[in-house]
Design a protein around this ligand. Structure first.
Ligand code: GSH
Length: 228
């Protein structure tokens, strides 16, 4: 029998990597409990070594966090969920669609770096116009192309990239919120998809928690006015 799942995550306002498997588990209706370990907290200092083999979040635990079996790094977590829950459509059923979904999730994971660097996730804040530069503009054009291309090729069965909500959507969830934070407006099918992603059950639930958080993490706040 499968041990109960626990996902170790950090602050919902800031931790884009934590958001991905969390919205995937919610989106595919897989029960789990969360163990939040906030950035820069005493809890982090005391417990991160036990809760995360890599020292980073997220980590999926089968069984008690820190004692059961760990899978870390978002791509590995998606693959582990695919193996553990073959009936939950973590990736699309069609082989080519599945390969394409994995390609774009991997591209998000290792690429789109200008966007990730200049527009850090910050769900509760609004910084329209901040963070834009040439590289970010290129990344946004790439996202706009990918989203509308995938929707037209694979999206007939529902509002998401491959129809039903899958791991590829989860990988792009923090991009959808970043575009809101930094006031970037997409066009056409990409914009419609962005809204569907923001309205999806998992993203809504995560964001509702994120806006209530009050911790300020300076490293993730390049555009905030100094506090004091
Ligand atoms: N490639 C990793 C990235 C994980 C990552 O960078 N997580 C950040 C939080 S969003 C983290 O744990 N930062 C803490 C630190 O750098 O000490 C993944 O896909 O899970």
């Amino acid at each position: 029998m499968l041990a109960p799942l626990a996902l170790v995550i950090a602050n919902k306002n800031y931790s884009s990597w934590s958001m991905r498997p969390w919205v995937l588990l919610r989106g595919r209706e897989i029960p789990f409990r969360e163990r939040m370990i906030k950035f820069e907290s005493q809890d982090w200092k005391d417990n991160i070594a036990q809760l995360s083999p890599s020292g980073l979040v997220p980590v999926l635990w089968e069984g008690e966090p820190g004692k059961g079996f760990a899978t870390w790094d978002t791509l590995a977590i998606a693959e582990r969920l695919h193996e553990l829950f073959p009936g939950h459509a973590i990736w699309p059923a069609d082989s080519q669609a599945r390969a394409r979904a994995r390609s774009v999730a991997a591209e998000m994971h290792s690429g789109l770096r200008a966007l990730r660097a200049a527009m850090p996730m910050n769900i509760r804040s609004r910084y329209p116009g901040k963070g834009m530069n040439e590289g970010v503009g290129r990344d946004i054009s790439r996202i706009e192309f990918l989203w509308s291309d995938l929707r037209s090729r694979y999206g007939r069965g529902g509002p998401y990239l491959f129809g039903e909500f899958c791991a590829a959507d989860a990988f792009f969830a923090p991009v959808a919120t970043r575009l809101v934070t930094y006031g970037v407006e997409l066009k056409g099918a990409a914009r419609v998809y962005q809204q569907a992603l923001l309205d999806s059950a998992g993203v809504k639930a995560w964001s509702a928690d994120a806006v209530k958080e009050t911790e300020f993490v300076a490293e993730d706040e390049p555009y905030a006015s100094p506090r004091g």
